[in-house]
Design a protein around this ligand. Structure first.
Ligand SMILES: Cc1ncc(COP(=O)(O)O)c(C=O)c1O
Length: 386
């Protein structure tokens, strides 16, 4: 990649060669704009690190976590002013965030318990909870004139009714909401008052847009209460587009906060994920800045594109990541407009109803791609109406 070439310069032809889920699990005539993978060239630092692993034939089980833990700690310190290693055993590795969240839940809950979530929210939260026979206790996000926020009163009721776990999505997927430190501190106070644990899924944090009105606030930094009640999950997999390399980082800030998690899970992360994570957090920051700037640009370009081709779709641009939540209710396509876009327009979005309450009549569009492919996706959506 030359210095001037965008990370998003891969063509449709390039992308059609990919074996990843986003591109290979759709028919050849469908344009995929669904699951959270970006259409990007890998960061040079990650390519080099993976080449090093190949050169060494270093494909054994995951190695010592220490180099990953240190690389993440220096990234968190430099970018978010977050000291993650203020005590022994604060950080541990998982194969991915899904495993991290479900293993923590498995350790701290019993079947039949309720877990507080804030829909419309990341669709896999629902099957993760169901797999452990846990019930989602939905406290929907609240809309106001200039954005969304947590319904703190609703959270208080949920915890007062006996729920002992909150599963936060911070920043919020699919709304792109970047929580303020005050909002998170209020959640921490409520959790502390009700003896609850907050699992904060922060996988999209490195993708907060450069122009976001608020910086990302790591949950474990917002207050003493948060440090007592919180467990945070991170991964380079969204920001550096390495989901298939399987590596996530779990962080706590209080002595004894890690529940008893099966030891054999230390063998689950991938060694290539370790190579990639060290490279991403250490030498992949410049690439990340380019990607964040371009995602912000794509976010700004989507509004006018929708106004031109789909003027009845409502879109409130978020301030993190590359997932656009589209309100399609005025199109009259029923609860699941993504189905109509797929059948009539040959473009695959994620189905709104899978994101829980507030998802009906909506669809999630993945804009982590070139302007050209995003434009083609919108054109296909519009064609579905014709
Ligand atoms: C909020 C959120 N959490 C977790 C995941 C899944 O992450 P992983 O592949 O590390 O399990 C995603 C994927 O899109 C996500 O958006």
């Amino acid at each position: 990649m030359t210095a001037l070439e965008s990370p998003f310069s891969l063509s449709l032809e390039d992308m059609r060669t990919h074996r990843s889920a986003k591109w290979s699990r759709v028919p050849a005539d469908v344009l995929p704009a669904w699951t959270a993978e970006m259409d990007v060239r890998t960061a040079p630092a990650i390519s080099e690190a993976l080449q090093t692993a190949i050169g060494r034939s270093d494909f054994g089980y995951a190695g010592s976590p220490a180099p990953v833990v240190e690389a993440f700690a220096s990234f968190a310190r430099d970018v978010w002013d977050w000291e993650t290693q203020d005590g022994p055993g604060r950080t541990r590795l998982f194969a991915d965030v899904g495993h991290g969240v479900t293993e923590v839940l498995r350790a701290i809950t019993s079947p039949g318990e309720r877990v507080v979530i804030n829909p419309p929210v990341y669709l896999s939260f629902y099957p993760w909870l169901r797999s452990l026979q846990l019930d989602p206790l939905e406290v929907p996000m609240r809309e106001h004139a200039s954005g969304v926020q947590l319904d703190l009163e609703g959270m208080e009721h949920a915890l007062a009714s006996g729920a002992r776990v909150v599963l936060l999505c911070s920043p919020h997927n699919p709304l792109g909401h970047v929580y303020s430190a005050e909002e998170l501190a209020a959640v921490a106070d409520l959790a502390a008052a009700h003896d609850a644990v907050v699992i904060s899924d922060e996988i999209h944090a490195p993708l907060v847009h450069p122009g976001s009105p608020r910086p990302f606030a790591p949950f474990l930094t917002v207050s003493d209460a948060a440090r007592q009640v919180g467990i945070a999950l991170h991964s380079p997999s969204k920001a550096w587009n390495t989901a298939g390399l399987k590596l996530a980082v779990g962080v706590t800030a209080a002595e004894g906060r890690w529940p008893d998690i099966r030891e054999e899970l230390d063998w689950a992360p991938s060694i290539l994920g370790q190579y990639a994570a060290i490279a991403a957090y250490t030498d992949g920051r410049e690439w990340l800045d380019e990607v964040r700037a371009e995602i912000e640009e794509r976010t700004a370009q989507l509004g006018p594109l929708l106004a031109e081709h789909l003027p009845d779709v409502r879109y409130r641009p978020g301030h993190a990541s590359y997932l656009a939540w589209l309100d399609c209710r005025e199109l009259g396509l029923g609860d699941d407009p993504a189905r109509v876009f797929l059948e009539r327009g040959l473009v695959q979005l994620s189905p709104g109803p899978a994101f829980g309450t507030g998802g009906a009549g909506h669809a999630r569009l993945n804009i982590g791609t070139s302007l050209e492919l995003m434009t083609e996706a919108v054109r296909r959506m519009a064609a579905a109406l014709g």
